[in-house]
Design a protein around this ligand. Structure first.
Ligand SMILES: [Zn+2]
Length: 674
């Protein structure tokens, strides 16, 4: 008998790990990633084999193919690490993600490839092509490609170590869920459907709660019991402690060593060198502006909250970190006559999903059609993105908690789009409450904002997925531009007409009343200064951890000291938030991205006609000058192309102070003193 001939993979098996069995079989996943990496290597070999003068078509095309294969393998190994039902597959996915990251760091130090790209004649090529090559070469120099071989080997080993530590850090957070016990009476204040979902589980009348978002968040917001909030807070903030403490210290030391080898003072300087921000010093300048913009507002807010809390608890000395959200909620109810639970029946998951899709479709003048294509799990719904009758992309919605799935909310690329070569595909991995026969999965106000946020990322990946090269597709902007499209779309949630298009009571069908929306918006505006202070805290922490000698770092001291200098709330002993500060792996020193991009996003949003958000030409202009560019241009240029100038703080300050400059004062129901 002749040897069995392996089946030739079809085009779709090549594009999707799960079509090749990779979502349910660890071996199939490893084989799929292996095939992508082999294609990656083959493309690099083809690049190096080119003879004669190098052009974008004969050289950059091979390099871009190598990037495309690496992206494909990395994106899907990453997604399966977050979502695969089977632990063995998740473990394999983590190993494979690491394998892809190693290939990436080997590529970033590959001297012959660097020399080949440097030799490309860019005369007459498009600005996008020139930008791609120049940015790639800068990345190579920042990686240390021009160092001697021994130094490159050392850098490679350090990158591998950092990757390994980052994956362990994330994994410990993902799998480190805890549970706490509560007496039934401690659930007072929580929504009825929450209580119904958590029946008494033992003979002592105790209830078990997990640290997952849908269990944790309502406790922190609504539970009257301070001891319950405190137990939940500590469980949540120690879910990866103590394991992640040493891992983080090792990661910071490894990063600093990389920076030192490359001749940078700190990791923060290295990590900002190819970003819009440019240096750690510029980040500090930005933080000083943020501090100034938010200081007075935050002080006023804190005073109001404390005054209010004392009307309920006259002996209250101070409000601690575990009571912040609770007192904000209580004051909002009182001052704005707004109870955030009262709007939940208007936000059943399915309606919100339809509403977000409808908004984006109208804004960007595209259609979304349910697809027959398969995702990685039966819970995943798949949509084709259609424009003028043609498919231009595809997305996957994996929106509810599942055993073993990660607990966060994120958007992830699936297939990097390239014009004429590959349609862009992306996914949302979320943990919104899931409906069943008795419960339609009611979302909170913030959940809906999060949905808009993540959908903004998704649209960036899809609409930015028609670029000339994979290396400049979708998310391939500077990293510190990436939160602009997401935070821009969040703002659309504040529009009354738009909201009323989908917010209908799940039992009565009543449209969310305009008066409730007005109150909800006012109540939502209250607390923004505090939000900015929280961002300032996370941002400063992320910068400080990467901008000093890590051997002298005491994580507990620095997190506490910073908190106390930037936040008015009392620190809670035992808070180990650094051990579950997941953004430290991906963003490292650059958590400032959120606040910096918020400033840009609000300036962008101010270009839309408030009377007719979806009607004017701003949506189309924004799509063309920003989203469709992907990483074809520097972020700075995209800002100027859309605004006609650099971003300014004005829209941000207005947004920040809306609660005080707008109507809420007229409500007049703030208690003036305890
Ligand atoms: Zn985001």
């Amino acid at each position: 008998m002749p040897a069995e001939i392996p089946a030739v993979p079809t085009a779709t098996e090549k594009r999707h790990a799960w079509d090749a069995g990779g979502a349910s079989s660890a071996d199939a996943l490893a084989a799929w990633v292996g095939a992508r990496l082999a294609a990656h290597e083959a493309a690099l070999a083809a690049l190096l084999a080119v003879e004669g003068p190098r052009t974008p078509e004969n050289s950059l095309r091979h390099f871009d193919e190598a990037i495309e294969q690496l992206n494909l393998a990395g994106a899907q190994a990453g997604v399966l690490n977050s979502v695969a039902a089977d632990k063995a597959v998740r473990d394999q996915a983590q190993q494979q993600a690491q394998r892809v990251a190693m290939a990436g760091s080997a590529l970033s130090l590959n001297r012959p490839v660097y020399d080949a790209l440097s030799a490309i004649d860019l005369t007459g090529s498009s600005p996008a092509t020139q930008h791609f090559v120049q940015r790639t070469l800068l990345g190579y120099r920042l990686a240390g490609v021009d160092k001697d071989e021994a130094t490159r080997d050392r850098l490679q080993a350090l990158h591998e170590k950092a990757t390994h530590l980052s994956l362990d850090f994330s994994r410990n957070i993902q799998e480190g869920g805890k549970t706490i016990d509560a007496a039934e009476a401690e659930l007072e204040g929580l929504p009825a459907d929450y209580i119904a979902r958590h029946p008494v589980s033992d003979t002592q009348g105790r209830v078990t709660l997990t640290t997952d978002q849908p269990d944790m968040q309502p406790v922190m917001t609504f539970a009257t019991s301070a001891p319950l909030r405190e137990r939940m807070f500590l469980a949540y903030n120690t879910r990866a402690y103590p394991a992640n403490k040493q891992i983080l210290l090792d990661l910071l030391a490894t990063r600093q060593e990389i920076a030192t080898v490359l001749g940078f003072r700190s990791w923060a300087d290295l990590a900002t060198a190819d970003q819009m921000m440019g240096s750690a010093r510029n980040v500090r300048t930005f933080l000083a502006k943020l501090d100034e913009a938010s200081r007075d507002g935050a002080r006023r807010e804190h005073g109001l909250i404390l005054d209010f809390a004392r009307t309920r608890q006259p002996d209250l000395q101070a409000i601690d970190v575990t009571s912040r959200a609770y007192w904000y909620e209580q004051s909002r109810r009182s001052a704005f006559d707004f109870d955030s639970q009262s709007v939940r029946p208007y936000f059943p998951y399915a309606q919100v999903e339809a509403g977000v899709l409808e908004t984006a479709a109208r804004l960007f003048k595209i259609e979304f059609r349910p697809s027959a294509a398969a995702g990685w799990h039966p819970d995943v719904s798949v949509f084709e993105v259609v424009e003028d009758g043609r498919a231009v992309g595809r997305f996957y919605l994996d929106m509810h908690p599942r055993e073993g799935k990660d607990k966060w909310f994120s958007a992830a690329p699936i297939v990097t789009g390239v014009r004429g070569r590959a349609l862009p595909e992306a996914a949302l991995i979320c943990n919104f409450p899931k409906g069943d026969d008795n419960d339609p999965g009611l979302l909170q106000y913030n959940d809906v904002v999060t949905f808009f946020h993540e959908f903004g990322h998704l649209m960036h990946a899809i609409l930015g997925g028609q670029t000339e090269w994979a290396g400049i597709s979708g998310f391939a902007t500077e990293g510190d531009f990436i939160e602009v499209p997401s935070q821009m779309l969040e703002e659309f949630f504040r529009d009354e007409k738009l909201l009323q298009g989908f917010a209908r009571h799940y039992q009565t069908g009543e449209v969310l009343p305009a008066e409730t929306i007005r109150k909800m918006k006012l109540a939502g505006a209250f607390g923004r200064a505090d939000w900015v202070r929280a961002q300032l805290y996370y941002t400063t922490l992320s910068l400080d951890l990467h901008d000093q000698d890590p051997t002298a770092l005491d994580l507990d001291t620095i997190t506490r000291r910073l908190y106390e200098s930037l936040q008015p709330w009392t620190w809670l002993e035992g808070n180990r938030m650094y051990a579950s500060f997941g953004h430290l792996t991906g963003y490292s020193s650059n958590y400032y991205t959120y606040a910096f991009d918020k400033v840009i996003a609000l300036d962008f949003f101010a270009q839309f006609d408030p009377a007719d958000l979806l009607g004017g030409d701003a949506g189309t202009r924004y799509r063309k000058t920003v989203l469709e560019q992907g990483g074809s241009k520097p972020g700075r240029q995209m800002v100027r192309d859309f605004l006609g100038r650099d971003e300014e703080f004005q829209a941000f300050s207005k947004w920040l102070n809306e609660e005080f400059d707008g109507q809420p004062r007229a409500l007049g129901s703030w208690p003036t003193s305890g």
